[in-house]
Design a protein around this ligand. Structure first.
Ligand code: GCU
Length: 330
């Protein structure tokens, strides 16, 4: 009898300890794999929000065994630096504009052809189709595997003065991304291009290092560049998609199950991003207007004509062939 009286609370305590341990183990489980993801955008940006969604999906699908840690606002370096870090395997993932990718994967120059896509629908038909898939994987041997595209809308000029036609760009110092294509486009339009990292652009505009820049409405708004540039001219010259990429080395080191989980979470985040993007574009355009920005809807034809030389440069080349294939898609 005496023995039993002792053993009951003893068994109870062991059970309690085991339950607490099991619960804690589940909650406090250390992920087996942590993937660091660096990018340039602000946390209020819809593309950042889509990546947060993707990271949550990865966490759920892997029951906490795989984790994506996101570092926004150029904390881990510029887009070019992050791409280089992926090649070396120092950084697992990055979200970059397709513009600086062209320096590593020349086929990506295609996205820098001004007025290439007829509209957003045409652009997404290409991105989701065989050409888009081909381009995502074109950098594999260079250490860069594209996981998806995110919508980055169309890019347009903003400046401290009105831009109604390419002639208004004459003598203007225009910030462009780290991209030869963007340089050629601005030159063809008669502006003076300068490449500056996104994170340094607010100060560069504020201090007059450059007079103008170009981007989509969510980036114009969340970067607060509208505080220094009061004219936004919707000439919509390029539709450069954003790209989420992983280091090929890191990708190859993941188990097939983790690769599948990651790709599924990424694909789901694309659907989510495209939904919130449409709202964000509308709202952010309104927000900059509320903040005193004049939005201009210029005639696009003179802009289109001014960049003919950028198209001509690629006649008879692989990019020229790609242009034809894209134009043929209805
Ligand atoms: C867009 C794009 C960013 C890029 C930025 C830029 O906002 O989403 O990835 O850094 O343009 O102009 O540099």
């Amino acid at each position: 009898m005496a023995e039993q009286a002792y053993s009951k609370p003893y068994v109870f305590l062991i059970c309690l300890a085991l339950t607490i341990f099991a619960g804690c183990k589940e909650k406090c489980a250390q992920p087996q794999t942590v993937l660091k993801l660096g990018h340039t955008l602000d946390i209020a940006h819809p593309v950042h929000k889509a990546m947060v969604y993707m990271a949550e999906r990865v966490n759920e699908k892997s029951a906490g065994r795989m984790k994506v840690e996101i570092y926004p606002s150029e904390q881990l370096g510029t887009e070019k630096e992050c791409i280089e870090a992926l090649q070396l395997g120092y950084l697992a993932m990055t979200k970059t504009s397709s513009a600086p990718m062209e320096g590593f994967v020349p086929q990506m120059k295609i996205f820098g052809i001004p007025y290439l896509f007829r509209d957003s629908e045409h652009c997404w038909k290409i991105l989701k189709g065989p050409i888009g898939k081909e381009l995502l994987l074109a950098g594999q041997s260079k250490g860069l595997r594209g996981l998806c595209y995110y919508d980055a809308g169309a890019r347009s000029f903003y400046a401290k003065k009105e831009i109604n036609s390419p002639a208004d760009l004459k003598g203007l110092k225009v910030r462009v991304q780290n991209s030869v294509m963007s340089m050629s486009m601005v030159k063809a339009m008669s502006g003076s291009p300068t490449s500056i990292p996104f994170g340094e652009l607010y100060t560069a505009l504020d201090q007059g290092v450059v007079d103008a820049a170009e981007n989509n409405p969510p980036s114009f708004y969340t970067s607060r560049h509208y505080e220094v540039c009061k004219y936004y001219s919707l000439d919509e010259h390029t539709m450069l998609p954003d790209i989420l990429a992983i280091s090929t080395r890191v990708w190859n080191s993941l188990s097939p199950q983790f690769q599948q989980i990651l790709q599924e979470a990424v694909d789901e985040s694309v659907e989510y991003q495209r939904k919130i993007w449409i709202e964000a574009e509308k709202n952010d355009l309104k927000s900059v207007q509320d903040a005193g920005v004049t939005v201009i809807y210029p005639d696009k034809e003179p802009f289109r004509k001014s960049v003919k030389s950028v198209w001509d440069e690629f006649e008879g080349t692989d990019i020229g062939e790609l242009i034809k294939r894209i134009q043929e898609v209805q």
